[in-house]
Design a binder for this molecule. Structure first.
Ligand SMILES: NC(=O)c1ccc[n+]([C@@H]2O[C@H](COP(=O)([O-])OP(=O)(O)OC[C@H]3O[C@@H](n4cnc5c(N)ncnc54)[C@H](OP(=O)(O)O)[C@@H]3O)[C@@H](O)[C@H]2O)c1
Length: 429
């Protein structure tokens, strides 16, 4: 059998692009034997041509003109691993218009301009594949798009940011505070010098938007996602959670309510019961827990970032797109409806609420009276002495966010309440 050669232009040769180029070289023979398609990298765009690149890549492949890659007659298929919104967006649109399928790892771009790009791919009858954009090496986009295409997904809950999972794991297991755990993550290369995108939940929010769009067939952008980060989680919250049988995790949650057709997408730290499969996900690992009406619960687990795990997902897409190109086929992304977004105020959860109060008779009565007034019912209550004060810790039954916020506002006005600690949502099995 004569192999069909598919010529690839790669935009970006950093952590992911560099690992991809190496994997293509290493796996070329095996891929050809299995698929009949020979992958040849013909162009690689970078910003700085003078930078020494790892591996053994022929220098004549490099260019600092990415436009030349997407317009080249010597490129059949484009891999975008440069990141950012522009010029990545325009380059992908040009590649598709030129009839070249595109594989991308760019979560920020898909979370802001996904539907524009999916529509352009369908109009050009070309693949736009992006498994690597959510949770790096973990297959989640393809399972949602293909394996679960017939499944009404009710909820997807994920630990989709390795940096914050590492920090929270350190805080849980070594008892250190947030600042020390962050410094450790930075020293190990898990956190950037400016960790804002990770610790404030922006990165997880972008992934949640992509997951919600694919799982529910609606167009959700990062701006639609409510997010809270982990910077207010204290060692004390984590210790109390542990005593009550929970671990604290930063969760990305996308829910669809079949009764109202509403979609709710949010990122926040949560207390996850030790018995829940997500509670076992430690260090920089990621996992995504999917719930469907017929299939029940599924969990996808692995390395959510890093050059090679992410490049592995890019390579899987690349092979798929190359084989499809040979057949003049492509996988349609279908129609994305405008979502009926449920406001965070209307979402429901159980809540963990800690307070420091004056330790004197009648305080508990005053505090629980505020909860009753807002229809927030208490599932468990704990009280500990703190010298002249006391710490009250409540876990509520399922309650509406707006009612909990109103309760907190009124409690802040009570003169017996000294301080309201970090509020956490609670996820049981
Ligand atoms: N790293 C991960 O673990 C991971 C995981 C999942 C998804 N992703 C996504 O993968 C993408 C790439 O991430 P990365 O970590 O590989 O980034 P990176 O190491 O910073 O690499 C970016 C590459 O793109 C090139 N580049 C950037 N802007 C360019 C421009 N205007 N023209 C030409 N070349 C340009 C850079 O060139 P120079 O080398 O010359 O600077 C570099 O080679 C991002 O969208 C990211 O969100 C990354």
């Amino acid at each position: 059998m004569t192999a069909e050669v598919v010529r690839i232009g790669v935009l970006g040769c950093g952590n992911v692009g560099g690992a991809l180029v190496e994997l293509v070289e290493r796996r070329r023979g095996a891929i050809e034997a299995r698929t009949g398609v020979r992958l040849e990298i013909t162009k690689i765009a970078v910003r700085d041509l003078s930078r020494i690149r790892p591996g053994d890549i022929a220098s004549n492949l490099f260019t600092n003109d990415p436009e030349a890659v997407v317009n080249s007659p010597d490129v059949d298929l484009v891999v975008e691993t440069m990141g950012g919104i522009e010029p990545a967006r325009s380059l992908i649109l040009t590649a598709l218009t030129n009839g070249k399928p595109v594989v991308t790892a760019n979560k920020a771009l898909l979370a802001s301009h996904g539907v524009e790009l999916y529509t352009a791919a369908d109009a050009a009858s070309r693949d736009l594949l992006f498994e690597a954009a959510v949770a790096g090496g973990i297959p989640i986009i393809r399972p949602l798009r293909e394996s679960l295409a017939g499944e009404p997904i009710t909820r997807v809950m994920g630990i989709v940011n390795g940096t914050t999972n590492f920090i929270l794991s350190q805080m849980s297991e070594s008892g250190v505070g947030y600042a020390d755990a962050l410094a450790q993550a930075q020293a190990l290369g898990y956190a950037e010098a400016d960790p804002t995108a990770d610790v404030e939940g922006f990165d997880a929010g972008a992934k949640a938007a992509i997951i919600a769009s694919i799982a529910f067939g609606v167009s959700v952008t990062a701006d639609d996602v409510y997010h809270e980060g982990i910077t207010k989680v204290t060692a004390d919250d984590i210790a109390v959670a542990a005593r009550l049988g929970y671990v604290v995790k930063l969760l990305a949650i996308a829910e669809h309510d079949a009764a109202t057709d509403e979609v709710a997408v949010r990122v926040h730290p949560a207390m996850v019961a030790n018995s829940h499969p997500l509670a076992t996900v430690r260090d920089a690992y990621n996992a995504i827990f999917v719930e469907g009406a017929a299939v029940g619960s599924l969990m996808f687990y692995g390395r959510g970032a890093g050059g090679y795990p992410t490049a592995s997902a890019v390579l899987g897409d690349l092979i798929d797109a190359a084989v499809n190109l040979g057949k003049q086929a492509h996988a349609s992304l279908g129609v994305f409806a405008a979502p009926k977004l449920r406001a965070i105020d209307d979402t429901r959860s159980e809540y963990y609420l800690p307070f420091d109060v004056v330790d004197r008779p009648g305080v508990l009565h005053a505090v629980t009276g505020v909860f009753a007034r807002h229809d927030v019912s208490i599932r468990t209550a704990e009280q500990h002495g703190l010298g002249a004060d006391a710490r009250l810790v409540f876990i509520t039954h399922d309650a509406r966010e707006a009612d909990v916020q109103a309760t907190l506002r009124d409690l802040a006005d009570l003169d017996v309440v000294r301080r309201i600690g970090g509020v956490l949502r609670v996820v049981d099995v």
